[in-house]
Design a protein around this ligand. Structure first.
Ligand code: NDP
Length: 305
């Protein structure tokens, strides 16, 4: 048996074209959703993410602008920038790219973003709206993970779901979305005892850990759906061999680039799972697509639609 591979690239493309159609319809009513991305300093990974967000905005017709304050900005200066964006009517979504430099109080900054424009869904108001099943803005990555289940007709209601990872950004909101979808949800973390046995209860297993290939086939119930949120850069040869020995395409990338992108799920899970998301090409592409969807939703919610 070999798991069905759930194609995140295709699902993300579908979502982007739906968002583009909505943007077009809004344009007819004289509304153009606007997204402001704030990128402090020169973190190379953040620069890549922000470039992707701006490019995607252009593709779907969302207005976007990038703010790039210097690395040494103070909390007060960054607050001023965020408050200015809160006040602008042409901006529907504000995204402050994390991580912020150490001198900046990240919590203070995220708290300052108007919840109605918080397209990352990190503000406690949006966390509260999600946990009480009210209309709000949901964090993009876990929303994308659930969207994959929905769009591939994998039922959630009544299923056993296990989420490994309890971060505010991924694990907790993923668990809440599954609970809102009427799954029976278990959330695991680094102190969970007998993790493989707990994971084997899952019909739907979500891995959001940040450890390459930690979820191996013995964590997975035969036929389960496995959603791999992990994005880990593997540079160590022994680690590479543990995960990808014999995979010619990966070996070629590893040889030329010196690294390869791996999820939290070991490739041998494909031997037991019913369906699984690949890395790359699974949850990753959904994150930006959901950001576009959130920006359009924010534009509508702010206008009472
Ligand atoms: P965090 O480091 O914030 O959280 C990791 C979670 O995993 C923690 O709850 C931690 O437990 C748990 N954990 C760590 N080690 C173990 C272990 N050995 N056994 C059980 N649980 C463990 O990471 P994030 O949630 O931000 O990200 C998770 C992964 O998702 C990363 O690989 C990240 O790169 C990826 N990611 C991908 C995105 C995408 O666009 N596809 C977007 C965001 C993240 P504890 O709380 O006890 O420490």
């Amino acid at each position: 048996m070999s798991a069905t591979i759930l194609d995140g690239v295709k699902i993300a493309r579908d979502i982007r074209s739906e968002v583009a159609a909505e943007v077009k319809a809004m344009a007819a009513a004289g509304i153009r959703p606007g997204l402001a991305v704030v990128l402090v300093g020169h973190n190379p990974a953040s620069e890549v993410y922000v470039r992707g967000k701006v490019k995607s905005s252009e593709e779907v017709g969302v207005y976007s602008e990038k703010h790039t304050p210097p690395e040494n900005i103070s909390t007060e200066e960054l607050l001023e920038l965020v408050i200015g964006l809160n006040e602008r009517d042409d901006i529907d979504g504000i995204l402050v790219q994390l991580p912020l430099p150490p001198q900046v109080d990240s919590k203070k900054i995220l708290m300052a973003v108007d919840p109605a424009k918080d397209v990352d869904g990190f503000h406690p108001v949006n966390v509260g709206l999600l946990s009480t099943q009210r209309e709000g803005l949901v964090p993009c990555t876990p929303a994308g993970a659930i969207e994959i289940l929905k769009r591939t007709n994998i039922p959630i209601a009544g299923k056993e779901a296990v989420v490994v990872g309890r971060s505010d950004i991924v694990g907790k909101p993923a668990a809440m979305l599954l609970l809102n979808g009427n799954a029976t949800v278990t959330v695991c973390h680094s102190k969970t005892r007998n993790l493989p046995a707990v994971c084997r209860r899952a019909d739907i297993l979500v891995a959001a850990i940040g450890r390459a290939g930690m979820i191996t086939r013995d964590f997975v119930k035969p036929g389960a759906t496995v959603i791999d949120v992990g994005m880990n850069s593997v540079t160590d040869h022994a680690e590479f061999d543990r995960l990808f020995a014999g995979n010619a395409k990966r070996e070629e990338t590893f040889r030329t680039k010196g690294s390869t992108l791996a999820g939290d799920v070991h490739p041998n899970v494909a031997e037991v799972a019913g369906a699984m998301t690949p890395v790359p090409g699974g949850v990753g592409p959904l994150t930006i697509a959901m950001l576009m969807a959130n920006t359009v939703r924010a534009a509508k919610l702010r206008r009472g639609k």
